[in-house]
Design a protein around this ligand. Structure first.
Ligand SMILES: [Zn+2]
Length: 122
């Protein structure tokens, strides 16, 4: 059933893309935000830690549900939406925290992620 799993995964990816495109632009939703940099450290404490940096510009879609990168985990994700909205409301420039994937499927090993969000305002 390899091809079937593949097409389901593809569908999840398409769905994510649709959600991203349906989300307004950063400049429309959060005027005054010049940029957002999200730095993530996947696999806290393990030697296979992966560092990832995501940049959001005023022309980016304000979509902050980030893939957890685990094999087979397509409909989960690390959701920074609330944290980022809270930061912007309070005009905070730096926040740190930990995230867990929104997908609770025990068959998939999801990473623990340390994250840092830096926001600049215009
Ligand atoms: Zn996951």
């Amino acid at each position: 059933m390899r091809s079937n799993a593949y097409s389901m995964r593809n569908e999840a990816r398409e769905e994510r893309k649709r959600q991203e495109l349906a989300t307004g632009l950063l400049s429309d939703r959060f005027p005054g935000v010049a940029g957002i940099v999200v730095t993530m450290n996947y696999g806290r404490g393990s030697r296979s830690a992966v560092l990832r940096t995501l940049n959001f510009y005023p022309g980016s879609h304000a979509f902050f549900r980030i893939s957890c990168l685990s094999e087979g985990c397509d409909d989960g994700g690390l959701d920074l939406t609330n944290s980022i909205q809270r930061m912007i409301r309070g005009r905070e420039t730096l926040a740190k925290g930990e995230l867990r994937c929104g997908n609770n499927d025990p068959a998939i090993v999801h990473p623990d992620v340390d994250y840092k969000v830096a926001i600049t305002y215009s």
